[in-house]
Design a protein around this ligand. Structure first.
Ligand code: C2E
Ligand code: MG
Ligand code: MG
Length: 392
């Protein structure tokens, strides 16, 4: 009879034993066995062969690809959480398959072959699936978590050097879930952004932060301002200004006590929209803070990884280098960074003598632009540069 044998190992099972004790390990094996038997294809034989190893004999004429497809559907229940002390635990598996037609004719030979073939002939559970599964589960819990009061805010103080006291705080969301445990905002905020829950969540955060700020104000506390992080979809949505004015009204809080933190990356990616939004928020009297500033500057580290040699500074930085203190400071900073990474610096779009003098002083290695030359045909350049030197 055509037969396929599949051997499945629970990965890192020793970890469960070490972390939770043997009794929990055994309970997990029992739970796994029940699901394994329940999920086995019809007419197959399911067995535990040792420790964390299980085998399945399937009467089949399928090839290993077809078996893989069949089993990854059949074994979906194994991809749900298991429980240890009521805590959800994800398990991953490795599986090997042997076919009677290719690897032998009796069960024991097949079993040996599976072992020799090694693991992962069948991938029943891959990491990306696990990630998606986790995301889906977190997303499904969001609304009830909000209703059940599982979210709360912590406030990180900001010390004002001039005043010598903490005069503002940043509100940071926390989630203590009875199902998922403590989940970091770095994990769940991106999921909330993806599935749209961020709107409800931000509304709750703003309300909570403003209510708390009002309380501090009534206590005559030194904290004068609360900063709330605003995610990209919320920041770019039409709903934000209205939402904020409602919340400020409801909490009887003046706008000057509220600050919004927006990341540099979001502003850079939607610069024109950001200008308009920020202007309208500023008009209301709300402060704006550029969070995680330097992300774009630090992306210069990627240039280093790319093994490039030269950094060409864009004309937009050069245009005002001789007239604007800020532009000059920016160019100086970029040149310093480039030097740190041992990159040489070329500035493009140099049109004026004053620009060139400054750029030379700042340590720029090469200068390009109309001041030096238009683009020319090669013969003209050959003739010109045989005689003339620039940059002296
Ligand atoms: P965290 O509280 O774990 O928050 C991480 C990030 O999640 C935040 O980065 C922010 O992008 C997002 N986040 C947190 N709460 C909210 C929220 O209410 N709404 C939205 N939309 N996003 C939120 P961010 O804003 O740069 O916050 C600073 C992070 O750095 C916080 O982590 C804070 O706890 C942490 N931190 C503060 N001081 C230190 C420190 O000295 N060392 C280290 N390692 N981390 C620090
Ligand atoms: Mg922040
Ligand atoms: Mg930050």
């Amino acid at each position: 009879m055509p037969i396929a044998v599949v051997v499945i190992d629970i990965d890192n099972f020793n970890w469960i034993n070490e972390e939770y004790g043997y009794e929990s390990g055994n309970a997990l094996i029992v739970e796994f066995s029940q699901r394994f038997v329940f999920s086995a294809p019809p007419h197959s034989l399911a067995a535990r062969i040792e420790g964390n190893k299980f085998a399945l004999a399937i009467p089949s004429t399928y090839n290993s690809q077809e078996i893989q497809t069949m089993l990854s559907e059949q074994f979906l229940p194994l991809q749900n959480f298991f429980h240890v002390f009521g805590e959800p635990v994800h398990l991953t598996f490795s599986a090997g398959v042997a076919l009677a037609s290719e690897d032998g004719s009796d069960y024991y030979t097949l079993l040996r072959h599976v072992k020799h073939n090694g693991k992962n002939d069948i991938v029943l559970y891959d990491a990306s699936f696990q990630q998606q599964d986790l995301e889906r589960r977190l997303a499904m819990s969001f609304q009830s978590a909000l209703q059940n009061g599982e979210f709360y805010l912590c406030y990180q103080p900001k010390f004002n050097v001039h005043k010598g006291c903490v005069d503002s705080v940043e509100a940071l969301i926390r989630w203590n879930s009875p199902i998922h445990g403590v989940v970091s905002p770095a994990t769940f905020i991106p999921i909330a952004e993806k599935n749209g829950f961020i709107f409800d969540l931000t509304k709750w955060i703003l309300g909570e932060a403003c209510r708390q700020m009002k309380k501090w104000k009534q206590m005559n506390h030194t904290i004068e301002r609360v900063a709330v992080n605003i995610s990209a979809p919320m920041f770019l949505s039409d709903r934000l200004p209205k939402m904020i004015s409602h919340i400020l009204y409801d909490s009887r809080l003046e706008a000057r006590h509220l600050e919004l933190e927006i990341t540099e990356t979001v502003i850079m990616a939607h610069f024109d929209a950001a200008l308009t939004i920020i202007n309208s928020l500023k008009k209301e009297g709300i402060s704006i803070s550029l969070d995680d500033f330097g992300t774009w500057v630090s992306s210069l580290t990627y240039l280093k990884k790319l093994l490039i040699d030269t950094l060409k500074i864009d004309k937009s930085f050069i245009d005002g280098v001789h007239t604007s203190f800020e532009d000059k400071a920016l160019v100086e900073m970029i040149i310093q960074l480039a030097k740190l990474f041992k990159l040489s610096v070329v500035t493009e779009g140099v049109e004026k003598q004053e620009q060139m003098s400054i750029l030379k002083k700042l340590g720029c290695d090469s200068i390009q632009g109309y001041l030096i030359s238009w683009s020319e045909r090669p013969d003209i350049l050959e003739a010109r540069y045989a005689q003339k030197k620039y940059g002296s």
